[in-house]
Design a protein around this ligand. Structure first.
Ligand SMILES: [Zn+2]
Length: 481
């Protein structure tokens, strides 16, 4: 897998039901190596864990709303998976709405690629090489082997919150606030996934040279494009070595040169119109202020907090990682009614509730404490109504810390207001656009003739070449617009 950046999304949390962590150890045959090995999870548990995490991935990040693209990627993935050692798993392949260059596999079948990695690919064969690598993590059960250790790890207070049935909203929050448990694989596992991906792509007739090309692009990304391949270097073998290893595999298996499918134009045409980089319509940050042009609101997180805009919520975590503020849609009920429903949940006690207005918007707020298996939480909850939508603003911390955060919470919750800045309301995403070259030109000449609001080095990068490379007439070339 390729790892995510966001600080708290990477924080380990109690993602899986605790009972599974102590599931009976059983011996199972590894489908790839054929060896029998100790496994803490059965295949049905593996599938259940992966499905739960996959549902949370889609809920927290969102799928790219493009059915044609989704079924294209899914069709390619299914072809590889059905020819793998574990054809019967409930495989799924999803493009998630994330600008990061990333791909990852969850136990038991779910594979995800980001729109960010798609915009950096230049052929169907490159996509197949990444899908094959992720399929390899699943067929070789790498995540199952990691799972038992990860399940036992609990880092930080919030991660340790085990939710009682009556505290469903905190369950949501724990998952929204701490993101998914992205497992880290060792280098041996990564090399094995590369081996398997190579085998799968060649088996499907795709040119393994494109796997090397994909690694070259990742190598270029590692050097520049700040923040886009976070942690790549720390979790994956050096991409340069992966290029060499791919070439070695090709030499060792001369028959692999028969596999020649590339499908460059087919792939590129599928990526036309893909949003490139962040989609600011769905909300963006200006320092610690969160602005949402589509929903027309603005909210200020405390300074120094780590923040993240997810599909279902905008979340901030304090620098000490002991407090959370989360903003989410909460239906259409009046704020006072939404507040009394919140405080009416089992295990929650409210105090000093008030109804009134926040920056001219109808609102209701209260302080509360909540009993969880891991101790008492204290916080402040507010509901605010804007354009017939009610928002829930929820801030909490362990009760013993509440005194330190009380005014911070009140100030943040009081900052929710209508977004009126015309430039923020009018902001638009940039998208991938294709140009068929009327004549041969270098990427630098292309960038002068067909400008993009990104540097020429990045234009070259997304096209998988160097700025000085001359591209022949008739080549499809990407720009962003
Ligand atoms: Zn990997």
């Amino acid at each position: 897998m390729i790892t995510k950046t966001y600080g708290f999304r990477r924080a380990v949390r109690a993602l899986f039901p605790a009972a599974l962590a102590w599931a009976l150890a059983t011996c199972a045959t590894n489908p790839v190596t054929g060896r029998r090995e100790l496994s803490l999870v059965s295949e049905s548990q593996e599938i259940a864990m992966g499905k739960e995490a996959a549902d949370q991935t889609v809920a927290s990040i969102g799928a790219v709303p493009d059915n044609a693209l989704q079924s294209y990627v899914s069709g390619l993935g299914m072809t590889l998976a059905r020819a793998s050692e574990r054809p019967g798993l409930p495989w799924s392949f999803t493009v998630i709405d994330d600008p990061m260059v990333n791909a990852f596999a969850l136990p038991g079948g779910p594979v995800f690629v980001t729109r960010g990695i798609l915009s950096h690919m230049n052929s169907e064969a490159q996509l197949v090489s990444v899908l094959g690598h992720e399929i390899g993590h699943i067929t070789a059960k790498h995540s199952v082997q990691q799972m038992s250790q990860a399940q036992l790890a609990q880092i930080g207070l919030i991660a340790a919150i085990v939710v009682k049935p009556g505290l469903a909203q905190f369950g949501d929050l724990a998952s929204q606030g701490l993101g998914l448990l992205f497992l880290k694989f060792g280098r041996d596992d990564e090399t094995q996934a590369d081996d398997l991906g190579f085998r799968y792509m060649v088996g499907a007739g795709y040119s393994p040279r494109e796997m090397a090309e994909m690694f070259r692009t990742l190598e270029r990304l590692g050097g520049g494009a700040e923040g886009r391949v976070p942690e790549w270097m720390s979790t994956h073998p050096d991409p340069g070595n992966r290029v060499q290893k791919t070439l070695d595999r090709m030499n060792a298996q001369p028959a692999s040169s028969q596999a020649s499918k590339v499908e460059r134009d087919t792939f590129l045409q599928r990526t036309e119109g893909l949003i490139f980089g962040e989609n600011p319509r769905l909300g963006f940050f200006r320092q610690t202020s969160f602005l949402h042009p589509d929903l027309k609101f603005q909210f200020d997180f405390p300074g120094g907090w780590k923040t993240q805009n997810q599909a279902a919520a905008v979340v901030g975590v304090s620098s000490q990682q002991d407090a959370i503020i989360a903003l989410a849609l909460a239906g259409t009920a009046a704020p006072s009614q939404a507040l009394s429903e919140f405080l009416g949940q089992q295990g929650i006690q409210g105090s000093s509730g008030s109804t009134g207005s926040v920056n001219g918007l109808q609102a209701a707020a209260a302080e509360f404490t909540a009993q969880t298996d891991e101790g008492t939480l204290a916080g402040r909850v507010g509901f605010v109504s804007l354009d017939n939508r009610t928002y829930r603003l929820l801030a909490y911390t362990p009760s013993q810390q509440y005194g330190a955060y009380r005014s911070t919470f009140a100030q943040a919750l009081g900052s929710f207001r209508r977004l009126t800045d015309p430039s923020a309301l009018a902001v638009q995403p940039v998208r991938v656009r294709l140009v068929r070259l009327p004549r041969a030109m270098t990427v630098t000449e292309f960038h002068a003739a067909y400008p993009s609001p990104i540097p020429v080095a990045e234009v070259a990068l997304i096209n998988g070449v160097e700025p000085g490379t001359t591209l022949p007439a008739g080549t499809l070339v990407k720009r962003v617009q």
